[in-house]
Write a protein that binds this ligand. Structure first.
Ligand code: ARG
Length: 578
């Protein structure tokens, strides 16, 4: 495993420089592979050693590099050392590389890379990840889909690295929209339709009532009345609201299941309505609540204290706002779950909202606010289905499945599938996820069905196809696999390159855990699939002698495990056939 080599090289460095070996671990990294090109396995960054004070930070860096390289001696593990520009390159013994990297695939394949010592420095405690968080009765937009898949990835990643993770959905289940819905339901609603197609029906009623209210003052008043009844917990209003909420959650759960996403807690703005008033009181008693000229309650966030930048926490009619409920919700979560960190996943337009939230919490004495983080993402342009603009998440999933099923029907292997719809669903969803994860989260992107579903490009379909092909190879050779294999039969450049690539897996996960960006893992897996494609051509199993076949199968099944593990962290369910 990568750790073993990193540790051994660090030991050598520690001995040579008479320093603790641990100090060298952060400066060592696996060298990224370039197709077919021979390269060293690890590199040591001299500038990192200068920054950490192990080497003097003055003087010529190249001279330092060469001097150190000259002091280091080869041994049975390291067979080549060379000075590059500001780095020292290490090539490890080939047979040992093969043996150590493929050893873990004997039994603990799912754990590959996860026990790396790189993760020892991570602060593994309770992580609360809040994601998806759609609004009841309003439409589910592309931003909610992004939040859902990104949050799921972050939760999966943290969980794999040993955090205890709480997955939370914070529904937009409070606010004036319920006044509108409540008032409108009596007029435009239908209980039967509500049962049959709740999301659709609530949305219809919502659209209709908003339209009607434009020229109907009575309806507007009725909406305000209904919301006031809700805020005062009047039982009839509350019971209707409860129904809307329950039905919506049931429906969403069904869709989340298709997506392979789940939540430990369905929270929502409604839960924190009373606590939000308490927060206002606390702000008041700390002298932080000011009254604006318009009569609203505000908190001064300007550095100079001159009210040049304020955050409104109370309307002039005494009702609370989105931010007030978020303040209350954060405090409540800390009290209930004692999280060590909390992560909010929403589009970047809410960056300022979270910035304000993280400023007000410490002012209320909550120092844990510095362990809260907002992960922002960019906009998706042009998410459309054949029937037009997307209103519900389910439409997107249906379309992905239908398009994938159509593409698959062109291939002959599809006929042998037991449940082609199910396969098409999983592959279609991976296409959505990879399209979303390929770039930096902050970037906007244009939704493109054709591009994301290409079988050959850098897509989720390609990941699934590569995985299914490996599974099929392994299935066809079930009898030929053995517990032992001869590492000296895997010394071709093609297999060494794959193993060198796998050396980076723990570093890639580590990097993702640092910046919470899925692109590192996606690009790592896509690259792995390209390398595997060459290996299929160049390292045939069929027609090879028994021991060569055994060794190659070990390599393929190792690659297959890492691919499957990585896909699962991304939130993709790997398929065995397609
Ligand atoms: N429901 C909100 C929306 O759709 C997202 C909620 C994000 N989370 C939060 N704690 N504010 O825009």
């Amino acid at each position: 495993m990568a750790c073993f080599f990193r540790r051994s090289i660090a030991e050598k460095l520690g001995r040579t420089l008479q320093q603790s070996e641990d100090a060298f671990i952060p400066a060592l990294s696996a060298v990224p592979v370039f197709k077919k090109q021979q390269s060293a396995d690890f590199k040591l960054s001299i500038s990192t050693l200068r920054v950490s004070g192990i080497l003097p930070s003055s003087g010529d860096i190249q001279l330092q590099t060469e001097n150190l390289a000259n002091q280091l001696k080869l041994d049975s593990l390291v067979e080549e050392i060379s000075a590059g520009s500001g780095v020292i390159n290490f090539k490890v013994n080939r047979k040992l590389l093969v043996q150590k990297m493929l050893e873990p695939f004997g039994e603990e394949s799912e754990k590959f890379g996860l026990n790396s010592e790189l993760f020892n420095t991570l602060n593994r405690g309770t992580t609360l990840v809040e994601y998806s968080s759609p609004n009841i009765a309003k439409k589910f937009h592309a931003g909610h889909l992004r939040s859902t898949v990104i949050g799921n990835f972050i939760a999966n990643l943290k969980q794999s690295l040993g955090h205890s993770v709480i997955r939370m959905n914070y529904l937009g289940d409070w606010g004036m929209q319920f006044g509108m819905l409540g008032a409108g339901f009596g007029q435009f609603g239908c209980r039967e339709k509500l049962k049959q197609n709740p999301l659709q029906h609530l949305f219809e009623v919502y659209v209709q009532v908003n339209k009607e209210a434009e020229h109907n003052e009575d309806l507007k008043q009725a909406a305000r009345d209904f919301f006031r009844q809700l805020e005062q917990h009047e039982s009839e209003a509350v019971s209707l609201w409860k129904q809307f909420r329950e039905i919506t959650v049931d429906e969403y759960q069904h869709v989340y299941k298709r997506l392979g996403v789940n939540f430990d807690v369905y929270s929502g703005e409604s839960f924190h309505q009373d606590q939000a008033q308490e927060v206002v009181q606390q702000l008041q008693s700390r002298g932080l609540l000011k009254t604006s000229e318009r009569g609203t309650g505000v908190v001064d966030l300007s550095p100079a204290g001159d009210m040049s930048s304020v955050c409104t926490v109370l309307r002039s009619d005494g009702t609370t706002l989105y931010i007030t409920r978020d303040l209350a919700a954060a405090i409540d979560r800390q009290e209930k779950y004692h999280f060590d960190e909390m992560i909010y996943v929403t589009d970047k337009s809410q960056a300022n909202h979270f910035h304000q939230l993280f400023q007000i919490l410490p002012a209320l004495g909550h120092s844990w606010a510095d362990r809260c983080q907002h992960v922002p993402f960019g906009l998706v342009r042009g998410m459309k289905t054949r029937s037009g603009e997307v209103v519900f998440l389910e439409d997107v999933l249906d379309e992905a499945r239908a398009r994938m099923l159509h593409n698959m029907s062109q291939s002959k292997t599809t006929k042998e599938l037991e449940n082609p719809e199910d396969t098409a669903e999983k592959v279609g969803i991976s296409a959505l996820i990879v399209q979303d994860f390929k770039g930096p989260l902050q970037s906007d992107y244009t939704f493109d069905w054709d591009r994301m579903l290409q079988a050959q490009g850098d897509t989720g379909v390609f990941l699934q196809y590569s995985h299914a092909r490996l599974c099929s190879l392994i299935r066809r050779n079930e009898g030929a696999q053995a517990a032992i294999f001869d590492p000296s039969l895997l010394l071709e450049q093609t297999s060494v390159t794959i193993l060198q690539h796998l050396l980076r897996y723990d570093e890639v996960l580590y990097q993702s855990a640092q910046d919470l960006q899925p692109k590192h893992l996606v690009n790592f897996l896509l690259k792995l699939c390209h390398l595997i494609a060459s290996a299929h051509r160049e390292l045939p199993v069929k027609g090879s002698s028994e021991d060569v076949a055994q060794a190659r199968l070990r390599l393929f099944s190792g690659a297959c495990s890492v691919l499957a593990n990585g896909m699962r962290i991304l939130g993709i369910t790997p398929v065995d056939k397609m």
